[in-house]
Design a protein around this ligand. Sequence first.
Ligand SMILES: Cc1cc2nc3c(=O)[nH]c(=O)nc-3n(C[C@H](O)[C@H](O)[C@H](O)COP(=O)(O)O)c2cc1C
Length: 327
Amino acid sequence: MADLSVTYMGMELENPIVVASSSLTSTLEGVRHCADSGAGAVVLKSIFEEQIEAETAEVEREAMPYQHPEAFDYVRQTAMQMSQDKYLKLIKNSKKAVSIPVIASLNCVNPGWWTSYAVKIADAGADALELNIALLPTDPLRTAREIERTYTKIIDSVLRKINLPVAVKIGPYFTSLPHMARELSGAGASALVLFNRFYQLDIDIEKMCLTPGYHFSSPDEIHVPLRWVAILFTQVRCELAATTGVHEGAAVIKQLLAGARVVQVCSTLYRNGLGRIEEMTRELSSWMDRQGHGAIEDFRGRMSMEFSDKPEQYERLQYIKVYSGLG
Ligand SMILES: Cc1cc2nc3c(=O)[nH]c(=O)nc-3n(C[C@H](O)[C@H](O)[C@H](O)COP(=O)(O)O)c2cc1C
């Protein structure tokens, strides 16, 4: 029987399937259910920087100059549903209730004083912290360099305060992703989570208003993170976690072959139920048996760009072949 255990940011996981930050992990019952269903670890639902600021400062709007007033009111309401204390209680109770690693999650855009809340997260017993840095660059006067520095400043200000492993969840939209990934790793990130799936926007053409797009990913969405996990595998010192578009066992295997330590799953669990975790571990295990692999380290990264016998396939050659009809 294949050994599915992995280490992720120094934590021991029985298998590489991690339930991604979402409402599935926003309550103690949810966390218990994930653990009982065989998850290797959970990432708790994110608490937002704005929630922490709004609640702590009892806040005047000036305290959040970058926020639209409506956004401010919304954040205040959500802060009531998931207050700072409630979040810390969720961490503490989850740690008591389950034996798998519990990773807390903070959604942030600034290196503000809120980072001291990270200390409380560490004190509450979280095994690690995932920073979902969700910066949407809408200001044409802010340069790419300026925005990139915000990422490293956030990591730096959190790591000055806590001793936990910190993962950084980012989107794919950087001009030089390998350079950015190295900067994040160099700033002290223990892992990069590739990639965040940003809030999808749509327009209702009858009501003439903005509406939320579809929440869940499709299996086709694996290709962007798969490519980048394969490229970045040996380019950064930190570990890689793959998220977005992992819906079944074959997708888990692909991401491990590309070089991911773990995969984070969410949409497939909403669609198919938590029983999907066991289906995926079964598929992984029987594939490893068929291929003669006793442990994940035997094959992890084998299809990364570095270890490929055709690294050019990750680059321009393949693109030319396919689009010029020569492939
Ligand atoms: C309903 C829902 C809620 C989510 N909430 C969060 C969140 O609070 N923090 C976060 O970092 N990601 C959140 N995500 C994103 C997921 O963690 C995950 O990265 C994304 O859905 C891609 O994985 P998937 O393709 O398996 O769904 C959420 C996703 C969904 C569908």
